[in-house]
Write a protein that binds this ligand. Structure first.
Ligand code: GLC
Length: 502
């Protein structure tokens, strides 16, 4: 299928490209950047939510699934974007946020209007809360005085969870998907889709010794796979070439993969590698070996709108390490999902005071720490979980303005980094698709593996002499072949890609 050879690019719309000078990215801004994206090798775009929203969680709190937030443009602009992308042979997938809606969504307003309302059961209402905690901190239950019940919100209290036991909810979501398929989208990214509440057991979560909760009863609920299978089957019946990718809130490989089996999603985000806190070569190799054996193609990424950028987090601002990670992403078996700006080595944006923080998770953390330990400590702690870090406005121009958040840090080596991405994507197109990975080995700090035709050596450590398999010529990187062709000498933190000569 088309996605198995595609390079995806995530667009966090508010911070991507601004076309009307208000300092906020918009749909026409994306349209202007299509030639740039095409030129450096992108095949498909993932657009994060652009729907009308009170923006408590910056668009992941949707108040109308079938419209465009006026801040970002119009449906007409969206249609043009799809048309122009398709003309350039690029595809578009959109974010589907159906674990919850905004509490400003008409569905919720109706549901909250009275216990007898036909939509009451579209959300999760209970007389008493249990101990479940929200992923953004605090109880996951909010008391509604008007009807004397609590509603469930696994994220912010302004994001009420839909009740996936209710058949009408499911049908309403199918209608939404149909609406966007009718406008030509090529696939869907399903937000926190293993969080859907499909069971009515409401068993308390166990609390660990450190006081943290094990979210074992509020996610991955019994029966969820059945619902998700129906969802995927419905989509594939409409058209088997529609791509589905699941966001599974887990960094456990087995858990993530379990959502790609038996007629479930085409793939899922592999946070086991994607969200590593720091570069751990042993873990990377271990998981990579397992991923190379799995039947369904994995995703590969080191960045997204929910975490610190890999320029800081993994590469520690080292250009050579960054290049090695890029090779791993692009010359491999897996669907690469790049995040806007990573192709120019853009760095984190770090707010310096509470007033500059936009991310709800960081705001909540700030308030929690403020009570315990005071202002400066609260800022440090908040920034540790602050998702604003990757959401800085992209610095396209030297006088770039931002109307809603600070600017992402410019990388002095942006041009060279972009050239790497471009060259590696070209290499992937000429030598790939890579469907079988073998001989994965970690020797000290040197990771090596082979595709059908290539041998890849990523030396994260000191200079090394590495043996070669077969008769190879250098096609990327800097290594010196020995005269007999059996060895390659790599400097510290360097990579080498050799192609088999027939
Ligand atoms: C996903 C999104 C994140 C959002 C959350 C709740 O994890 O990536 O940005 O806050 O879902 O919708």
């Amino acid at each position: 299928m088309w996605w198995e050879n595609a390079v995806f690019y995530e667009i966090y719309i508010a911070s991507f490209a601004d076309s009307d000078g208000d300092g906020i990215g918009d749909i026409n801004g994306i349209r202007k950047k299509l030639p740039y994206l095409k030129e450096f090798g992108i095949d498909a775009l993932w657009l994060t939510p652009f729907y009308p929203s009170p923006r408590v969680d910056n668009g992941y709190d949707v108040s109308d699934y079938c419209a465009i937030d006026p801040q970002y443009g119009t449906l007409a602009a969206f249609d043009l974007l799809v048309e122009e992308a398709h003309q350039l042979e690029m595809r578009i997938i959109i974010d589907v946020v159906v674990n919850h809606t905004s509490t400003k969504h008409p569905w919720f307003i109706e549901s909250a209007s009275g216990k007898e309302h036909p939509k009451r059961d579209w959300y999760i209402w209970r007389d008493q809360p249990n101990n479940w905690e929200s992923f953004f901190g605090g109880s996951a239950w909010k008391y509604d005085a008007a009807t004397d019940q609590y509603y469930y919100h696994s994220f912010a209290e302004e994001q009420a969870d839909l009740n996936w036991q209710n058949q009408e909810v499911k049908q309403a979501v199918f209608d939404v998907l149909q609406f966007w398929l009718g406008r030509g989208v090529d696939g869907f990214r399903f937000d926190v889709i293993n969080n859907l509440t499909v069971s009515d057991q409401f068993i308390d979560n166990p609390v660990r010794k450190d006081g943290k909760q094990d979210h074992c009863n509020d996610v991955n609920q019994p029966g969820i796979k059945h619902v998700l299978k129906e969802l995927n089957q419905w989509i594939k019946t409409v058209d088997p070439s529609i791509f589905t990718v699941a966001e599974i809130s887990s960094d456990q490989l087995a858990r993530i993969n379990s959502y790609t089996e038996d007629g479930l999603f085409d793939t899922a985000f592999h946070f086991n590698l994607g969200s590593m806190e720091e570069l751990d070569l042993e873990k990377l190799t271990r998981d990579f070996k397992e991923m190379s054996r799995q039947k369904k193609i994995p995703t590969l990424f080191f960045n997204s709108h929910d975490m610190s950028r890999s320029w800081q987090r993994l590469a520690k601002e080292n250009r050579d390490i960054y290049r090695l990670l890029t090779v791993f992403l692009l010359i491999n078996r897996g669907i690469p999902f790049l995040f806007q700006g990573e192709e120019q080595g853009v760095g984190d944006y770090l707010p310096q005071q509470l007033a500059d923080i936009r991310d709800i998770q960081a705001k909540n953390k700030y308030q929690e720490e403020l009570i315990l330990r005071g202002k400066s400590h609260a800022l440090i702690m908040a920034n540790q979980v602050n998702r604003d870090r990757s959401r800085g406005m992209l610095p396209w121009l030297s006088n770039q303005q931002s109307g809603w958040i600070g600017l992402a840090a410019v990388n002095q080596e942006a041009k060279g980094i972009l050239a790497d991405y471009q060259n590696l994507i070209r290499l992937q197109k000429t030598e790939g698709p890579f469907t079988a990975i073998r001989n994965i080995e970690l020797t000290g700090d040197c990771l090596s593996y082979q595709t059908e035709s290539l041998q890849i050596i990523l030396n994260f450590g000191q200079p090394i002499k590495h043996s070669l398999e077969g008769n190879r010529k250098t096609i990327f990187g800097n290594g010196m072949l020995s005269e007999d062709g059996h060895w390659v000498h790599l400097p510290a933190k360097a990579c080498w890609i050799g192609k088999e000569q027939l």
